[in-house]
Ligand binder design. Structure first.
Ligand SMILES: NCc1[nH]cc(CCC(=O)O)c1CC(=O)O
Length: 332
């Protein structure tokens, strides 16, 4: 579509910017509470809310307080919550068996949320990093992150999460072939309605730093994730990954990180027309909060502007740590 514009003064762009009402009338995109998935961090214990220093405003909550937070999120109209466990170092092993323990932190949190707030969808994270002694998303053998054996573990993890009541499985591991294996296992186990939101275009990004603090994986990680996460220089590869995951049975796809990858969001939406999500990751959140705390930017305005950018780029929704703050503003 080629925009048509008359020469000045027949056209004065400022006519349609003259008041809030008129600006609203011509506005192309809206941000609503329906557009947000809220990532939360869960830890063990009871009655605990522990700040994450590198993510001001974000806390790790014990299971009881995660359930309480989910009730509040549900009341705010947030459609989905995504659980990330902070796993005690003593539970990290080479075989990552805690990952598919039906009573691990994440699965207990799923059950607690489903019991307390049945109308909010629960999304999970599928990757071995919280449980892996070396902080990687897959098994490490002789210094190599091995693909196929990791998939077997990821499938067990997926089934344990679905059994616990997860609505949306979120594979963030970037192994090849995992979506097909998970979909087949879910169908086989009768979990026909469990959705997969694939981290299909996930980049090997430095923007995940604060998250690794939040889940206690920073110290554990040896090396980097470049043999499985994508090279930030690549765009066409993202489209191939999206297409592959859709063919294997993903219901929804994600681009991650968010703001530095808005070009990818737009290409995915235009190319496939499927439910498209972006993850506004921990480093993006931390940058906004840090600058706001220093008085260098208006944190609330930047938060809203950054989320509107995802809508403009074609996203149907965003995983954002700002979800409750935004929901409160939108509720008025
Ligand atoms: N599989 C782990 C995982 N799941 C979500 C994030 C990052 C989220 C964020 O930075 O907010 C990561 C970190 C990583 O891949 O190292």
């Amino acid at each position: 579509m080629k925009p048509t514009i008359a020469p000045y003064p027949a056209a004065r762009a400022r006519r349609t910017r003259q008041s809030e009402g008129i600006r609203g009338l011509v506005r192309e995109n809206v941000l609503t509470v329906n557009d947000m998935i809220w990532p939360v961090f869960v830890r063990d214990g009871e009655g605990i809310e522990e700040p994450v220093p590198s993510m001001p405003g974000v806390v790790r909550r014990s299971v009881d307080l995660i359930a309480k937070a989910a009730v509040e999120a549900q009341a705010l109209g947030i459609p989905a919550i995504c659980i990330f466990p902070y796993t005690d170092a003593s539970l990290k092993t080479e075989d990552c068996a805690e990952a598919w323990n039906p009573d691990n932190l994440s699965n207990r949190a799923i059950r607690a949320i489903k019991a307390a707030a049945p109308d909010i969808a629960v999304m999970t994270d599928v990757a071995l990093d919280p449980y892996n002694i070396n902080g990687h998303d897959g098994y490490v053998e002789n210094g190599e992150i091995v693909n196929d054996r990791t998939i077997e573990a990821l499938v067990k993890m997926t089934l344990a999460q679905a059994d616990a009541g997860a609505d949306i499985i979120g594979p963030s591991d970037m192994m090849d072939g995992r979506i097909g294996a998970m979909r087949q296992a879910l169908e086989g186990a009768g979990h026909h309605n469990v959705m997969i939101l694939s981290y299909a275009a996930k980049y090997a990004s430095a923007f995940y730093g604060p998250f690794r603090d939040a889940v206690g994986a920073s110290g554990a990680l040896t090396g980097d994730k470049k043999t499985y996460q994508m090279d930030p220089a690549n765009g066409n590869e993202a489209l191939r990954m999206i297409e592959r995951d859709l063919t294997e049975g993903a219901d929804m796809v994600m681009v991650k990180p968010g703001m530095p990858y808005l070009d990818i969001c737009r290409r995915v939406k235009d190319g496939f027309g499927v439910p498209t999500y972006a993850y506004q990751v921990s480093g993006e959140y931390a940058m906004v909060q840090a600058a706001a705390q220093n008085g260098w930017i208006d944190g609330e305005k930047v938060m809203l502007e950054s989320l509107m950018a995802f809508k403009r780029a074609g996203c149907d929704g965003v995983l954002t740590y700002f979800a409750p703050a935004v929901a409160k503003i939108l509720q008025g």
